[in-house]
Design a protein around this ligand. Structure first.
Ligand SMILES: [Zn+2]
Ligand SMILES: [Zn+2]
Length: 144
């Protein structure tokens, strides 16, 4: 076993308590020795805490992709328009529209363009579970 840094996707799953063995053990071992990755974990932890809180009100879709967790949601803007938003560890984008439907269509199309090989599976949360205490129950481990 080398000392290669774990992938961001695995660190993300670790901070939302969804990394499983054997990756979990390996990652924790690495973390003990690697200050750089401890810093990455702290940053991701803060990032996901903020997102999770914001998303409780926003009914986001969450996808587990090869680039980590991607959040898609529609937000009502102060000017009455609707913003379709994408957020992820390597992604922050969006666009605004006159109707909610247009914003949703935009999200579906642009997500498909960005992740053409992605097929939703049990790792995805098609609808964010707003009332559950464990919002990540379906999000286990990326397959790669
Ligand atoms: Zn490291
Ligand atoms: Zn998906």
């Amino acid at each position: 076993m080398g000392s290669r840094h774990p992938k961001t996707a695995n660190l993300e799953l670790y901070v939302v308590n969804r990394l499983t063995e054997p990756q979990l053990g390996r990652l924790e071992e690495h973390l003990l020795l690697c200050a750089e990755c401890q810093g990455r974990v702290a940053a991701l932890d803060a990032y996901h805490a903020v997102l999770k809180e914001a998303l409780l009100d926003l009914k986001a879709d969450v996808h587990c992709t090869k680039d980590g967790l991607i959040y898609n949601w529609v937000e009502v803007l102060p000017n009455g328009r609707y913003a379709g938003r994408h957020r992820g560890a390597t992604l922050d984008g969006g666009s605004d529209f006159a109707t909610q439907k247009q914003a949703k269509t935009f999200l579906e199309r642009s997500f498909e363009e960005m992740f053409p090989e992605h097929r939703c599976n049990r790792n995805c949360l098609p609808k964010y579970k707003r009332t559950s205490t464990d919002d990540w129950s379906n999000c286990t481990l990326l397959s790669r």
